[in-house]
Write a protein of this length. Structure first.
Length: 257
């Protein structure tokens, strides 16, 4: 199974399981990732997703260049959909996604990281968009997302050289929430999962939707943007439950409605 997917305790866990190929994504894995993100979005019981790669060497090394897709670069570019790397990098997902970066995040692997909301990385992880070194370009979100998340010259330097950037360095530019030693990675990820689950799920969907859908708008227009996720959160039962739980000094019981 090239992609492992399971749901337990409101958390979806997605693991790219091709360690022999540095978790590079082939066509079958690319398609399966698209199916998984669709299922995550459609399942109201899922309140958080964690994306990672199998083993300790690589999160995801991008597209599997050993596979002959029979498709030209232009054909691939025009066919980019909600599958694979762009399925999380460019899709308007509302479910919070945590990247557990256990090793190399290259090409499409880094593009998937760019689509996540929280990034936890091992100190040994490295990040890069080396497409130009093999005559390609970062089509699945890298060219448009990296300069919006990192300072422009840092992003351009990465894309125009293919250099690999250590976790601590790229964290200093704001891409990573937490960098820990490899042996502490799982514990750190679970702390973030617990904190996400402690929040009202509809509030999180609203926060993610508004922040993503209004990034191109002037502040006042963004402030008044009528996102349906925002309106749903404001009139939800959970909005009343949160205040009631605070007043009673008890944990809130979220129902996602």
């Amino acid at each position: 199974m090239s992609i492992e997917f399971n749901v337990e305790g409101h958390v979806a866990r997605v693991t790219i399981n091709r360690p022999e190929s540095m978790n590079a994504v082939d066509l079958a894995s690319h398609s399966r990732l698209g199916e998984i993100w669709t299922e995550v979005e459609a399942n109201p019981d899922i309140r958080c997703a964690v994306l990672t790669g199998a083993g300790t060497r690589s999160f995801c090394a991008g597209a599997d260049l050993k596979e002959n897709t029979g498709m030209t670069g232009v054909e691939y570019w025009k066919s980019i959909s909600d599958a694979g790397f762009s399925g999380i990098a460019l899709r308007e997902m509302t479910t919070p996604v945590i990247a557990r970066v256990n090793g190399l995040a290259l090409g499409g692997g880094l593009e998937m990281v760019l689509g996540c909301d929280i990034v936890v990385a091992a100190s040994t992880a490295r990040f890069g968009l080396p497409e130009a070194r093999v005559g390609r370009v970062p089509l699945d979100g890298g060219m448009v997302l990296l300069p919006r998340i990192l300072p422009r010259n840092i992003a351009m330097g990465m894309m125009m050289t293919g250099r690999l950037i250590p976790a601590a360095e790229i964290a200093s530019h704001g891409l990573i929430n937490s960098v820990v030693e490899p042996g502490e990675l799982d514990a750190e990820v679970e702390l973030w999962v617990e904190d996400v689950l402690s929040c009202a799920p509809l509030s999180l969907k609203a926060i993610k939707a508004v922040s993503r859908q209004t990034s191109h708008l002037p502040v006042q227009d963004a402030f008044r943007y009528p996102a349906q996720e925002l309106e749903a959160a404001l009139v939800s039962d959970d909005a009343d439950e949160g205040v009631a739980a605070f007043r009673a000094k008890r944990p809130a019981v979220w129902r996602g409605r």
